[in-house]
Design a protein around this ligand. Structure first.
Ligand code: SF4
Length: 464
C-alpha cells in the first residue's frame, strides 16, 4: 500500500532453435505488471529470415489491454524483448513507451530499460558535440543513440554496449536486441534486479524471477552487478564487465516492489518480509488480540509479526483487486476515496479487538490515516501500527517515483507526531540496521531512509 512506485520491468527471450517466443514475452510481462501499469510493449524479430525486421507493438495501458489475441497473433519471432512502464522520466504519452526501436548501421537495435540514469545531461551534450541534433529527455533513447554511435568503431554490438554502459551513472537493467543477439546489462551497483533463466534451449532475461516461473522456465542465476551478458545461437557469454562498485541493491525491492514469489540476489522476497515482521515484534512488542496486514505488501510482514508474537494473524481487509491504484487520483480528498474503494474492513474480525496493523511504509500518511479511521469505525478498540521499513525521508534518484520532500510526512514530523496525525494508538518503524538483517548481509541501498546515495545523485532533485 506504499505511495512509492517502481518504474519499469523488462524481459528478453531468445530461442536459437526458432521457437516462436511471443506468448512467453506476454506471460513474462503479465507477471511483471506490478512494476509498471502505465504502458507496455513487445518488439520481436525472426532470426531465421534472410530479411531481418523488427515488429513492435506498444501503447499506454495494462498488458491485458494492449495485447489481445489478435495483436499477439500479428507478432511472431524467436528473439524479442518486452517492457512494462511506470513513468518517472518523460511524460506518460505513447511516444515514451518502450521498447525503443532504432535504425542503425547494422540494422535495427531495440532496447528496453528499467531504472533511471542520473547523468542524462552529460550524455545528451556528448551526442550534440559529435554532431547529432538531439533534444530527447528520455534516458532510454540516449542510451540507444550512444550504442548506435559506438557501434561504428566497435567490433561487436556488445562492445558498443560496453563502451556506452561505462558512461552511464545511475540504476539500470537493460535488455537490448540487435539483429541476432540478446544482450542484458545490470548497473555496477546492482540497484535494479535482473536475472537469467532457461526453458529448454530458450534463454530468458527478466527483472524478476517470477517472470521465469510464469513461462515454466528455470532460474539460472542473477546477472551480476556490472555484468554484460550476450546470448547468441551459440549460447551465453559474459565477456564484458563494468568497473566494480560497492554494491547497493535497492532494499525497497524486498520491502514492497518485488512480487512475493520472486528471489532476488539470493534472497527470497517472502522470507525478507517475514523476517521484517519478526524483527518488528522483537523491537516493538505490544499486547493485542489480532495482527493484520495492509494488502498486499503488508501481509507477509504481518505474518512474521504474528509468528514471533504468538498473536493470531487475521485478514481485516477485503481488497477489491479490480480498482486502479490510488495514485491515479492526484488530490488528497480523492486519494482517500480511492483507499475506501479499494479496501473494506471485515467488521467481525476487528470489532472490540486490539489490532496490530502492519504496512510496508508510510509516505504521505493519508492512506494510513484512512485505514486507522476505517478500523476504528468498524469497532477496533486499539490500533497499533508497525511499519516494516524506517521513516521514508529522501527522494530516490534511481527510477523509483517518490513524492517531493515536502509531501513525505516523515521529513516534517516525528514518529510521535505522525501517530497523532493518523490516529493510531502506537506507531513504530523498523530501523535501518534491522533492514540490513532482513537482507542477510547483502549490500543494500537505503538512501531513501538515510540520504546516503552511493550511485550518484541528480543535481536537479525534487526537493520541495
Ligand atoms: Fe531503492 Fe530507496 Fe535506494 Fe531508491 S533510494 S534505490 S527506493 S533503496
Amino acid at each position: 500500500m506504499s505511495g512509492v512506485h517502481e518504474e519499469c520491468g523488462v524481459v528478453g527471450i531468445y530461442a536459437p532453435q526458432g521457437e516462436d517466443i511471443v506468448r512467453f514475452l506476454y506471460y513474462g510481462l503479465l507477471s511483471l505488471q506490478h512494476r509498471g501499469q502505465e504502458a507496455c510493449g513487445i518488439a520481436v524479430t525472426d532470426t531465421g529470415r534472410d530479411e531481418l525486421d523488427v515488429n513492435c507493438i506498444k501503447d499506454l495501458g495494462l498488458v491485458s489491454e494492449v495485447f489481445s489475441k489478435e495483436t499477439l497473433a500479428a507478432l511472431n519471432g524467436n528473439l524479442g524483448i518486452g517492457h512494462v512502464r511506470y513513468s518517472t522520466t518523460g511524460e506518460s504519452v505513447r511516444e515514451n513507451t518502450q521498447p525503443l526501436v532504432l535504425n542503425y548501421c547494422k540494422g535495427k537495435l531495440s532496447l528496453a530499460h528499467n531504472g533511471n540514469i542520473v547523468n542524462t545531461d552529460e550524455l545528451r551534450e556528448e551526442l550534440i558535440r559529435t554532431g547529432a541534433i538531439f533534444h530527447t529527455t528520455m534516458d532510454s533513447e540516449l542510451i540507444a543513440f550512444h550504442i548506435a554511435k559506438n557501434r561504428v568503431h566497435s567490433k561487436s554490438v556488445e562492445e558498443a554496449v560496453y563502451k556506452t554502459a561505462k558512461k552511464l551513472k545511475g540504476a539500470y537493467g537493460l535488455v537490448i536486441m540487435s539483429p541476432k543477439k540478446l544482450i542484458a546489462v545490470r548497473d555496477p551497483f546492482g540497484i535494479r534486479p535482473l536475472c537469467l533463466g532457461r526453458r529448454g534451449k530458450t534463454y530468458i532475461v527478466a527483472s524478476e524471477s517470477c517472470a521465469l516461473n510464469s513461462m515454466g522456465a528455470e532460474f539460472i542465476r542473477d546477472i551480476e552487478p556490472g555484468e554484460i551478458v550476450t546470448i547468441t545461437e551459440e549460447g551465453i557469454t559474459s565477456n564484458y564487465k563494468l568497473k566494480q562498485e560497492t554494491k547497493a541493491h535497492c532494499v525497497f525491492e524486498y520491502i514492497y516492489f518485488a512480487r512475493l514469489d520472486s528471489v532476488i540476489d539470493g534472497i527470497k522476497v517472502y522470507d525478507a518480509r517475514i523476517k521484517a515482521g519478526e524483527l518488528l515484534y522483537k523491537r516493538h512488542p505490544v499486547d493485542a488480540d489480532i495482527v493484520t496486514g495492509v494488502p498486499e505488501s503488508g501481509i507477509a510482514a504481518a505474518k512474521g509479526f504474528a509468528k514471533a508474537s504468538g498473536i493470531p494473524f487475521d485478514l481485516a481487509f477485503h481488497k477489491n483487486s479490480y480498482i486502479g491504484r490510488t495514485f491515479i487520483k492526484p488530490s488528497q480528498s480523492e486519494r482517500s476515496i480511492g483507499v475506501q474503494m479499494k479496501l473494506s474492513v471485515l467488521e467481525e474480525v476487528v470489532k472490540d479487538k486490539r489490532v496490530v496493523l502492519v504496512d510496508d511504509s508510510i509516505v504521505r500518511g493519508t492512506t494510513m490515516e484512512n485505514l486507522v479511521k476505517m478500523l476504528k469505525k468498524a469497532g477496533a478498540k486499539e490500533v497499533h501500527i508497525r511499519i516494516s521499513s524506517p521513516p521514508f525521508m529522501y527522494p530516490c534518484y534511481y527510477g523509483v517515483d517518490v513524492p517531493s520532500n515536502k509531501e513525505l510526512i516523515a521529513t516534517r514530523k516525528s514518529a510521535e507526531k505522525i501517530n497523532e496525525t493518523i490516529g493510531g494508538d502506537t506507531l513504530e518503524y523498523l530501523s535501518v540496521e534491522d533492514l540490513q538483517e532482513t537482507a542477510k548481509g547483502l549490500m543494500i541501498c537505503t538512501a531513501c531512509f538515510t540520504g546516503e546515495y552511493k550511485a550518484g545523485q541528480k543535481s536537479n532533485d525534487n526537493e520541495g
